[in-house]
Design a protein around this ligand. Structure first.
Ligand code: HEM
Ligand code: CU
Length: 443
C-alpha cells in the first residue's frame, strides 16, 4: 500500500486497548515507547523492581494496521540503570528491531518497519541477559490489524500472562529481588495476569454486559511457561490461535506459548463473575494467575438456572468427613523457634492451599489467618477448626464466611506447631500452643 501522511500512534495501558483503526490508507505511524525502571506492586505487601515499556507491566498496547510504515522511537529514561532494546515479533528484519534499538539510559533510538503480516504479536526486550530483562517485565503486545479490520465487537481487553521469580517464596513481603537460579529452573513463585496478583480483580475487574461480544487480546511474556488460558464458565466462540489469521471455534482452553499470543472472542450470555485462569491450576490458585470479568445484566433461566437445590447428603453419617492425608514423621520441637519452623512446613504443605502462602485467604471463600481477629481472640477456636473441622457462618475481620473446613488429620504436636507458626507470623499477636493444649481441645 502507498503511505499517506503521518500519525502519532495512541498507546494504552493494560487492560485497555486502543480503538480500531478507521482511516482509509496506510500511513507513517509514529510509535513512542519509553523504558522506565521502577518499583511496582507484585502482590499485597510485595514490591518488585520492574523494567517496563511505557511504565506498566505488560508494556503499553500498540495498534497498527497492515501496510503501515511504523517509525519506532525507543527512549530509555535518564534515571534508568541499564541499556535496553526491543524485539517486536511483528517485524520482518534482524532481531525484530533489536539490532537497531540498543539504547543506553538517556538515549533515544529510531528505526522503521513495514507491518506486513496481520496478527497479534509479542514484543520484548532482547538485551543480555535476555531472560532477566523479560523476567523483570519487559514485554507487551502489538496488534497488526488486517487491512480490512477485525470484526466489530462490544469490548476489547488486553490481558498478558507472565511469571516472576523472587528470592522469597510466594507472598513473602518486602522488595523482592529477581532469583536467577529459580528462573533457570523455571520454578516460578508468581504467575500473573497484567503484572501483579489481583491486577484485574474486585474494583479493577474487567467488565461487560450480558450479550456483549468480548474480544480478549491474550499474550504470554513468559519468560518460560506456556499458558493454558481458560475462562471459567465461558466457551470461546472464536480463537485466533497463536495470534494468527486462522480461526478455531468452540474452544474451552487455548495454549498461549511464551512469546506468543491469541485473540479469543465470546458472547457473555449469562451475568456473573467469570474467572480468567491459567488452567495449569496451581498457578491460578497458588501463584496468582486469576482475573475477573464481571458481567452485568438480567438472568436468563433458559441458559443457566443457578442453584436449584441444596440439601443434606451424608452417606457416612453426620461427622464432617476428613481428607485422607499421608503421615510423615515430624520431630518433636524443643524450643518455640523450632515449633514455628516445623509449623511453617505443615502450613505450607497443608493449610496454604486454601489460606494462601501469605495467610490472606481468598475473598468470599477462605478466611484469612493473617491478622485474623477470630484467631487472635481465642486460639482454642483455631485449634478446634484444625482438629474437628469447622463449618457454619463465622465472621473474620468483619467479613462473614460460610464454608466448610475439613478436619485435618494431624498429630497434637503438628497442630501445636502450625497454630504457633500462624500466631507468630502474618501480623498475628504471637503466643505458643502446646500439644497438651491441643489434646484438651481435641477431647
Ligand atoms: C477457617 C486454620 C486448613 C478452609 C479457619 C480458621 C482458622 C483456620 C484459624 C478460622 C478463621 C480464621 O481465623 O481465619 C487452618 C489451619 C489449616 C487449615 C491451621 C492447616 C492445618 C484449611 C484447608 C482448607 C481450609 C486445607 C480448605 C480445604 C477453611 C474454611 C474456613 C476456615 C472454608 C471457614 C469455615 C467457615 O466458614 O465456617 N482455618 N486451616 N482450611 N478454613 Fe482453615
Ligand atoms: Cu531490557
Amino acid at each position: 500500500a502507498e503511505i499517506v501522511g503521518e500519525q502519532q500512534a495512541k498507546l494504552t495501558l493494560p487492560p485497555e486497548v486502543p480503538p480500531p483503526i478507521e482511516r482509509e490508507d496506510a500511513t507513517k505511524l509514529i510509535v513512542d515507547l519509553e523504558v522506565v525502571e521502577k518499583e511496582m506492586r507484585l502482590a499485597d505487601g510485595v514490591e518488585y523492581t520492574m523494567w517496563t515499556f511505557g511504565g506498566s507491566v505488560p508494556g503499553k498496547f500498540i495498534r497498527v494496521r497492515e501496510g503501515d510504515m511504523v517509525e519506532f522511537h525507543l527512549k530509555n529514561h535518564p534515571d534508568n540503570k541499564l541499556p535496553h532494546n526491543i524485539d517486536l515479533h511483528a517485524v520482518n528484519g534482524p532481531g525484530g528491531g533489536a539490532e537497531s534499538t540498543f539504547t543506553a539510559p538517556g538515549r533515544e533510538t529510531v528505526f522503521s518497519f513495514r507491518a506486513l503480516n496481520p496478527g497479534l504479536y509479542v514484543y520484548h526486550c532482547a538485551t543480555a541477559p535476555v531472560g532477566m530483562h523479560i523476567a523483570n517485565g519487559m514485554y507487551g503486545l502489538i496488534l497488526v490489524e488486517p487491512w480490512e479490520g477485525l470484526p466489530e465487537v462490544d469490548k476489547e481487553y488486553y490481558v498478558m500472562q507472565s511469571e516472576f521469580y523472587t528470592e522469597g517464596g510466594y507472598g513473602e513481603r518486602g522488595l523482592q529481588p529477581f532469583d536467577m537460579d529459580k528462573a533457570i529452573e523455571e520454578d516460578a513463585d508468581y504467575v500473573v495476569f497484567n503484572g501483579a496478583v489481583g491486577s484485574m480483580m474486585n474494583k479493577n475487574a474487567i467488565t461487560a454486559q450480558k450479550g456483549d461480544n468480548v474480544r480478549l487480546f491474550v499474550g504470554n511474556g513468559g519468560p518460560n511457561l506456556t499458558s493454558s488460558f481458560h475462562v471459567i464458565g465461558e466457551i470461546f466462540d472464536k480463537v485466533h490461535y497463536e495470534g494468527g489469521s486462522r480461526v478455531q471455534e468452540n474452544v474451552q482452553t487455548t495454549s498461549v506459548p511464551a512469546g506468543g499470543a491469541a485473540m479469543v472472542e465470546f458472547i457473555t450470555e449469562v451475568p456473573g463473575n467469570y474467572i480468567l485462569v491459567d488452567h495449569a491450576i496451581f498457578r491460578a490458585f497458588n501463584k496468582g494467575a486469576l482475573a475477573t470479568l464481571a458481567v452485568s445484566g438480567e438472568e436468563d433461566e433458559n441458559i443457566y438456572t443457578g442453584q436449584q437445590l441444596d440439601r443434606v447428603y451424608q452417606p457416612e453419617g453426620g461427622a464432617i468427613q476428613e481428607l485422607p492425608q499421608e503421615k510423615r514423621a515430624i520431630p518433636t520441637a524443643s524450643t518455640t523457634e523450632e515449633r514455628i519452623e516445623f509449623g511453617r512446613e505443615t502450613y505450607m504443605s497443608v493449610c496454604q492451599a486454601c489460606h494462601m502462602a501469605d495467610g490472606s485467604g481468598i475473598e468470599g471463600a477462605f478466611p484469612p489467618v493473617a491478622e485474623s481477629d477470630y484467631l487472635n481472640e481465642d486460639p482454642d477456636r483455631a485449634i478446634s477448626a484444625v482438629v474437628h473441622g469447622l463449618q457454619g457462618e463465622i465472621t473474620v475481620n468483619g467479613e462473614t464466611y460460610n464454608g466448610v473446613m475439613p478436619r485435618q488429620n494431624l498429630t497434637n504436636e503438628e497442630v501445636a506447631n502450625v497454630i504457633t507458626f500462624i500466631l507468630n507470623n502474618f501480623g498475628n499477636e504471637g503466643g505458643e500452643v502446646t500439644p497438651e493444649q491441643v489434646e484438651r481441645v481435641r477431647q
